[in-house]
Design a protein around this ligand. Structure first.
Ligand code: FE2
Length: 326
């Protein structure tokens, strides 16, 4: 009888490798020492599989159900016609071009017709200023900047506060332009189609001379939008921190890398620009050096699994708790 030392479990040797479903080939999973013969039977090959195709595969020879599957090892799939190539600029001579295969920041353009919403914005900014002064609230808007984010969920003159995304003046932007672009990003990031986006919050920021928005992220927002409603000259750029910054702490970056803010990049913005980025992305604005006010609208897009409400209603999913709303 084999003695097993305390603390160790007896491990039965593997008599047969786990079934390899890929291409119907049963292949031993153990690498045997030199000179040792395997007692495993020769792998059975499917009748319609051409072995010569294994060296230089003919995609058509691969059964459809396996063609696009990623094998368990780091092997490319047999067919990848559904995976488009990353857009790559042409290279000339000694030029070194930048390719970004995992984009996280997008930019588009929309004519907001600022004059149409200016009055509503100024009214909300005034309300926010009063709220901040009366309650000594601290917001990410510094040195004179104001945000209407404080008004979300409030009641004004007995009515529920309507955030910018509910304003009829922005109907086309909110109901057509934004969903069309979000759809593209949903696809680019391979988000689940059952996960349905919706606008969870929107607000406006006002930046007078010398003010800025301090560094922050957008909690629970899958995609955040910075919409540049009015951008006077020299009113500051959008700043974004390298989302891979944590890795630079083990990289041979220059000694002044973090003290001089090398992890930040500066994005030029102008009237009508709309930036899209994930809510986890750390960002801020430069100080405005313009005598005119800069106005930005922010939108947070969250998502809900389309099955969730029905699942709760039909008892398929059981909520772990019911939030206390007192
Ligand atoms: Fe922000």
């Amino acid at each position: 009888m084999t003695k097993i030392r305390r603390g160790f479990q007896k491990i039965e040797p593997i008599s047969a490798p786990p079934e390899n479903k890929g291409f119907g080939i049963k292949k031993p999973s153990l690498i045997l020492p030199k000179g040792v013969q395997s007692t495993e039977p020769e792998p059975e090959l499917p009748e319609d599989l051409d072995l010569s195709a294994m060296g230089k595969p003919d995609p058509k020879a691969v059964p459809e159900q396996f063609a696009r599957a990623f094998p368990p090892l780091s092997m490319p799939p047999w067919r990848s016609d559904q995976n488009p190539s990353v857009k790559c600029p042409e290279t000339n001579g000694d030029e070194l071009v930048d390719i970004n295969p995992f984009p996280y920041l997008f930019k588009a353009k929309y004519d907001f017709n600022f004059e149409n919403i200016q009055e509503k914005i100024e009214t909300d900014i005034k309300r926010s200023k009063t709220l901040v002064q009366q309650n000594s609230i601290s917001t990410p808007e510094k040195d004179g900047g104001t945000t209407t984010v404080l008004l979300i969920g409030s009641e004004i003159n007995g009515e529920r506060y309507t955030a910018p995304h509910e304003w009829p003046e922005l109907e086309h932007f909110i109901n057509e332009w934004v969903p069309a672009n979000i759809k593209k990003i949903w696809k680019a990031w391979n988000f689940c189609s059952m996960s349905v986006p919706y606008i969870s919050e929107s607000w406006v920021n006002e930046h007078p001379y010398a003010s800025f928005t301090e560094g922050h992220t957008h909690r629970r927002s899958q995609i955040s939008l910075s919409c540049y409603l009015k951008v006077p000259e020299d009113s500051g750029r959008f700043m974004v921190r390298d989302p891979m910054d944590a890795y630079t702490y083990s990289q041979p970056v220059a000694y002044d890398y973090h003290p001089t803010g090398k992890e930040w990049r500066y994005i030029d913005v102008e009237d009508g620009d709309v930036l899209f980025f994930p809510g986890y992305l750390h960002h801020m604005t430069e100080r405005s050096l313009s005598k005119e006010n800069r106005y930005i609208m922010s939108i947070n897009i969250s998502s809900l699994d389309i099955n969730t409400p029905q699942g709760f209603d039909r008892g398929i999913y059981k909520p772990m708790w019911v939030p206390d709303q007192s």
